[in-house]
Design a protein around this ligand. Structure first.
Ligand SMILES: [Zn+2]
Length: 231
């Protein structure tokens, strides 16, 4: 009996020590599980190959990248990414590849503004944004942080010019909502074509950004905070 009491008191003191030691408590003030090292990321891939963050331009060479956060041409007016690259988890990238093939039959293609976004960047966005409805709350993290969201539009394959859409990318206007219809018929047609093809291949548009699509099943992927240059 004494042995058990000793064991219990040991467990009690160990749990107190864990609770008080900041090195053992979660990696951020919100208590979220975040993969923030290459070792942890590689382990996640070993456990499930779908966890791989795929370089979209290498995987789908015909897509066009316009990574605004690697320039000052974004709502932050600051360079947020050191490299103009876009990544998404393997099944997300595979879906985008199928979409790109289907779009080609219509003479269209995908332009990617953003994909996987390290968690540190989401925190910086939230601190700076004037309208918090347009940025993810760092207490929850973003689907972008999970490698399961993409910001995209459609281009003509031959000219690489964008199709007319309701607003520019990252606009905070009411017209950015996919349900906003006080627009020219051609613009509604283009926007709805994009949304329909994305939905058909496993994505869902969000309610205030016509360009942002979450991948169905995003809950299965952990938040990540590994910078592009390490991937
Ligand atoms: Zn987005």
């Amino acid at each position: 009996m004494k042995k058990y009491i000793t064991l219990f008191s040991l467990l009690f003191w160990v749990s107190i020590a864990f609770a008080q030691n900041p090195a053992i408590t979660p990696q951020n003030p919100f208590g979220l599980e975040i993969i923030n090292s290459m070792d942890a990321y590689k382990e996640a891939i070993a456990n499930n190959p779908n966890n791989e963050l795929v370089d979209l331009k290498k995987f789908i060479p015909s897509i066009v990248l316009d990574v605004r956060y690697a320039t000052k041409n974004n709502f932050m007016k600051q360079v947020m990414y050191k490299q103009a690259r876009a990544f998404a988890r393997k099944p997300v990238a595979e879906s985008l590849k199928r979409i790109q093939a289907e779009l080609a039959k219509h003479g269209y293609g995908i332009k990617v503004f953003d994909g996987y976004r390290p968690y540190t960047i989401t925190r910086a966005f939230y601190d700076k944004a004037s309208d918090k409805n347009f940025v993810a709350n760092p207490a929850k993290g973003s689907k972008h942080n999970r490698g399961c969201a993409v910001d995209i539009t459609l281009i003509y394959l031959d000219t690489k010019k964008e199709l007319a859409m309701p607003t520019p990318y990252d606009s905070f206007e009411a017209a950015a909502s996919p349900g906003y219809n006080n627009l020219a018929p051609e613009i509604i047609k283009n926007r709805d074509f994009l949304i329909d093809i994305m939905h058909k291949h496993g994505f869902r548009v969000i309610n205030n950004e016509w360009w942002h699509f979450d991948f169905v099943g995003w809950q299965n992927y952990t938040l990540m905070d590994v910078p592009f240059e390490k991937l």
